[in-house]
Ligand binder design. Structure first.
Ligand code: SPD
Length: 291
């Protein structure tokens, strides 16, 4: 049997992984949720044909989504994860000893159920008593949350298409600013500078409308389109690059994030720095990137 899973990342770019099995494949009210056993990267979670995570490289994405915000915030007790139904972000949040409460606002309960059943190394901490799973629209959840309710908000979104588009909007960032406590920090994933330059710039501009401090950083996630992946961080002043901030996470049992990698991640190659100030980049994106 020669079984391949293929993601069409742009009309001109595909990722192909040979699989030994389809572990599960089901349709929810929102999307097709699948877990496949790949030969190269272990189990893979896909939503509507797009890789969300794989066992081999998930640690890069989840550590880099979570730890920069958690160490920028002096005492992260209350954390909101929007999306992130696979539980990888929750697992990393719970590594921080100050954490008392994590709310996981995932749109699709099937993502949580499938991840808990088939990706225990990623989803295994969702059952922690400090975690409350709140199925439903993350944007609506934010709108209903009280002022200053969270120290850290993490938007672990899929690609910005369909229902996920709102997670990259100025309205959502304004709500996030409202629900963050003083000293709080927002981080969201913002795709690849090779394929989504316009999106990155737009998100940074939208964040700047609600937050005085906005930063971009990056990591390498081999199974994501473009591989070089960015994250946008915003706060009212809590700075991930403040002296001593990365050292707050010095004892974390991580495989990618470290205080040194943290500092390096905020150093942007010139082409990424340039895209933040250029106009008309979106139209020039090669191959017609999906978002
Ligand atoms: N192109 C894939 C982007 C997916 C980003 N979110 C992944 C969620 C993993 N917890």
């Amino acid at each position: 049997m020669d079984l391949w899973w293929t993601e069409t990342q742009t009309p001109s770019l595909r990722l192909g992984l040979r699989c030994s099995a389809v572990v599960t494949r089901a349709r929810s009210a929102y999307q097709e949720v699948a877990v496949l056993e790949t030969e190269q990267y272990g189990r893979l979670l896909a939503l509507d044909g797009a890789v969300m995570t794989t066992e081999a490289d998930e640690f890069v994405y989840h550590e880099m989504l979570v730890h920069p915000a958690m160490v920028a915030c002096a005492r992260p007790r209350s954390v909101l994860v929007v999306g992130g139904g696979d539980g990888g972000a929750v697992r990393e949040v719970l590594r921080h000893p100050a954490v008392e409460r994590v709310v996981l606002a995932e749109l699709d309960p099937l993502v949580v159920d499938v991840s808990r059943a088939h990706l225990p190394g990623i989803a295994g901490r969702i059952g922690d008593p400090r975690v409350a799973v709140c199925p439903g629209d993350g944007a609506l959840f934010l709108r209903g949350a009280p002022d200053a309710a969270f120290d850290v908000v993490l938007v672990d979104a899929p690609d910005p298409v369909g229902p996920a588009e709102v997670l990259f909007s100025g309205g959502l960032f304004a709500e996030a600013a409202r629900v963050l406590a003083p000293g709080g920090v927002l981080v969201l994933q913002t795709e690849s500078p090779f394929l989504h330059a316009g999106l990155i710039r737009t998100v940074q501009e939208r964040l700047a409308a609600s937050f005085p401090l906005v930063r971009l950083y990056w990591a390498v996630v081999p199974t994501y389109p473009g591989a070089m992946w960015t994250f946008s961080l915003a706060s009212r002043g809590a700075d991930p690059l403040a002296p001593g901030a990365p050292e707050r996470g010095g004892a974390l049992p991580t495989r990618y994030w470290s205080p040194e990698v943290h500092r390096a991640a905020f150093v942007l190659p010139p082409f990424v720095r340039a895209l933040l100030s250029e106009r008309g980049h979106a139209a020039a994106e090669p191959g017609g990137a999906r978002p």
